[in-house]
Ligand binder design. Structure first.
Ligand SMILES: Nc1ncnc2c1ncn2[C@@H]1O[C@H](COP(=O)(O)OP(=O)(O)OP(=O)(O)O)[C@@H](O)[C@H]1O
Length: 349
């Protein structure tokens, strides 16, 4: 077998496409390093997100292509640099993603928390802003109740950090149980502070857990910053879906693009048997109707509820459970959507 050259490997990588971006790895600038020794090749690929849903597929395609030119051993290493718009929405923050729902209780906060942890576990830099000012739940989900935010020398709030996620919630400012009877303008001001007067540092993804419904906070957020998009959380039943449609419309009216739909509490699984307690396929249908991505279905599971109540999200407490895998897959799909959107719509940073 004749020895390979770096030029030959590079040429071959021009035939391997990113399945989502539909362009070859070389044109996309994803090939960072090539080293060859005889018939062995080592390659470093720079993905557009560490949570790339197609990592295995890309690796398989590289191996196949290189085996065709006689490579006997191929090492593929992955790095990642999240691509964002050239004009970042906030200094150092590449993507701001709102997580919304039409109705309370569908598990929006649970989904937001687990998506954030999943993205952090993949190696992304992640923040979570609990914008549910009247009914914050992220301090409970992350076990940070009772902790107080401190300010740095520039008088910016310093987020708490748990499981690799930077967290800001009103629950860590105002004593628990204190009624929050703020009016619209104060709410707007608080949200503005949470976005602009926080030492977020460099973030790939800032997730914003919205209050349920289609009220002031949604509007304020869209006015205050440029979102990469919104994610809608729904359950399969019709009542939840009808409300979720309203949330989706709200995003559209304020010109926030929809990144996709996540269906929560999709089914209960026991002994390999799935029971579709709230009906089946509603979230997927909704995504199809609105021409947006269906990001995944999350089962109803005791571990998810217990994780939320105990402050140890299921991705930390039971990382190999089917429900943790479902969250991880949804997070990867979301990151994939953002990569595609950044590539298609925006000048690259
Ligand atoms: N997949 C799931 N399996 C089991 N329990 C879940 C699941 N998703 C959410 N829950 C539980 O349902 C309850 C409501 O969830 P959560 O607070 O996330 O909803 P929400 O939509 O954010 O509600 P609200 O907007 O009213 O705060 C919580 O007790 C949570 O632990």
């Amino acid at each position: 077998m004749s020895a390979l050259s770096e030029a030959q490997v590079l040429e071959t990588l021009k035939t391997v496409h990113d399945p989502e971006l539909h362009k070859d790895l070389v044109s996309l600038g994803m090939v960072e390093q090539i080293a060859v020794q005889g018939t062995k090749a080592a390659i470093k690929i720079n993905l557009t997100t560490p949570a790339c849903p197609l990592k295995e597929k890309i690796e398989g395609d590289i191996r196949l292509a290189l085996s065709k030119i006689g490579a006997t051993e191929v090492e593929v290493h992955f790095g990642a640099q999240v691509r964002g718009p050239q004009n970042l929405p906030l200094p150092g923050i590449k993507h701001i993603i709102a997580i919304g729902s039409g109705k309370g209780g569908v598990g929006k906060s649970t989904v937001a928390a687990n998506l954030a942890v999943a993205l952090a576990q993949e190696g992304a830099r992640v923040g979570l802003l609990d914008a549910d000012i009247y009914g914050p739940s992220q301090a409970q989900m992350f076990g940070t109740q009772g902790e107080k935010l401190r300010v740095d020398e520039q008088k910016r709030m310093v987020p708490l950090e748990r499981y690799g996620v930077k967290l800001i919630s009103i629950a860590n400012i105002v004593p628990p149980g204190q009624a929050m009877v703020w009016r619209g303008p104060i709410l707007h001001g608080t949200l503005k502070q949470f976005l602009q007067e926080v030492a977020w540092g460099e973030l790939d993804y800032l997730m914003v857990d919205l209050p349920p419904g289609t009220g002031d906070v949604q509007l304020s957020l869209a006015q205050l910053t440029r979102l990469s998009g919104g994610v809608i959380v729904t359950t399969p039943q019709d009542v939840a879906r009808i409300d979720a449609e309203r949330a989706l419309d709200m995003f559209k009216r304020v010109q926030v693009s929809i990144l996709g739909v996540i269906e929560n509490m999709s089914f209960f699984e026991q002994n390999g048997q799935k029971t579709y307690i709230f009906g089946q396929g509603g979230g997927r249908k909704m995504a199809e109707q609105h021409n947006t991505a269906f990001l995944g279905e999350i089962p109803i599971a005791l571990s998810v509820r217990e994780g939320g109540d105990s402050g140890v999200p299921v991705l930390i407490g039971a990382p190999d459970s089917p429900e943790a895998l479902a969250f991880r897959q949804a997070a990867r799909n979301l990151a994939g959507q953002l990569s595609v959107q950044s590539y298609m719509l925006l000048p690259m940073a």
